[in-house]
Design a protein around this ligand. Structure first.
Ligand SMILES: Cc1cc2nc3c(=O)[nH]c(=O)nc-3n(C[C@H](O)[C@H](O)[C@H](O)COP(=O)(O)OP(=O)(O)OC[C@H]3O[C@@H](n4cnc5c(N)ncnc54)[C@H](O)[C@@H]3O)c2cc1C
Ligand code: FES
Length: 274
């Protein structure tokens, strides 16, 4: 009998970290499959996470494929499934199916500088590719990150970002001034314009709210980045994750299969429905 393609594999939550508290909380979950699994992902891919009796949500895999001990997801509490996930504890069991979608073509970027630009929970899909590039840094040029959120409490991976400052350029920002915080004050695209990263031999990956992505791309273009040098992810609503239901499509294009990773050159050719 054929395996049911919608059947999730069971995984145990082995670690939960509260990244952000307050009205828009974010938690990072590390999971391990209960049984040996052939699950193998690439940076940029996602998985459908399920909570029994609640439903499923598509979430980016934030751990690097080089990390073999666990799969990591960083999740903003927003609706039914993510609220149920936020209520779970270490040791609880969830369902995972995937991995789904395409991935960042990092192998093609060998020898190039990579500039990561994120906003809020948008650092989650970037985190996997950033960790992969960092682990293989001899293969790449300069790695740098421009990352912002509304307040310093809203940054994800706070401790990790501070440690990373020792090995790469990290430019953080907050939307409004905050006592005790000396980082850039303003929106992420303004920080990009302020830092003026060079487009020479560079690739830029930007993930975050659509409005941020729009203005980051404009800022990058002002600096001379070509459409082929700019990558982003599209997070259309998804249901099946495997190109069957038509929930995520842009024209004839299924974001769950053909995306979520696109160069701006590719995205520009699609109908402007996203
Ligand atoms: C490719 C891809 C990658 C993604 N990666 C991530 C990731 O890494 N981390 C992450 O956190 N998310 C990620 N998402 C987004 C995530 O899949 C969605 O937020 C998903 O809808 C959450 O499921 P849910 O059942 O919790 O929310 P849903 O119930 O689907 O609700 C989603 C939205 O609807 C609104 N809503 C729902 N219920 C109510 C209500 N009762 N009252 C008012 N408004 C309501 C909320 O504004 C909420 O944001 C990704 C999405 C895609 C497509
Ligand atoms: S989510 Fe069903 S076709 Fe993409």
């Amino acid at each position: 009998m054929n395996e049911n393609i919608y059947l999730p594999k069971l995984a145990k939550i082995i670690k939960i970290k509260q990244e952000v508290s307050g009205s828009r909380p974010i938690k990072t979950f590390r999971t391990q499959f209960l049984e040996s699994s052939d699950f193998s992902h690439r940076s940029g891919q996602c998985a459908m996470l399920s909570v029994l009796g609640k439903g499923e949500a598509m979430i980016s895999i934030s751990s690097s494929p080089l990390e073999k001990d666990y799969l990591q997801f960083s999740i903003l509490k927003s609706g039914r499934v993510t609220t149920a996930l936020h209520e779970m504890e270490e040791g609880d069991i969830i369902g995972i199916r995937g991995p789904y979608g395409n991935h960042f073509p990092i192998e093609k970027w060998k020898g190039k500088n990579i500039l990561f630009i994120g906003g809020g929970i948008g650092l989650a899909p970037i985190w996997s590719v950033l960790q992969t590039a960092r682990a293989k840094k001899a293969d790449y040029g300069k790695l740098a990150l421009i990352y912002g959120a509304r307040t310093s409490n809203d940054w994800v991976f706070k401790e990790e970002l501070q440690e990373l400052k020792n090995e790469m350029d990290i430019h953080l920002s907050i939307d409004c001034e905050e006592e005790g915080c000396n980082e850039f004050v303003g929106f992420v695209p303004q920080n990009v314009a302020d830092k003026k990263p060079s487009p020479k031999n560079s690739i830029s990956i930007t993930c975050g709210p659509p409005i941020m992505i729009k203005f980051v791309i404009e800022a990058l273009q002002e600096l001379g980045f070509k459409d082929e040098q700019i990558y982003t992810t599209v997070e259309n609503k998804m249901k099946c994750g495997i190109g069957k239901c038509g929930r995520c499509n842009i024209g004839k294009h299924y974001v769950c299969k053909d995306g979520p990773v696109y160069s701006w050159a590719e995205l520009k050719t699609l109908p402007q429905e996203y």
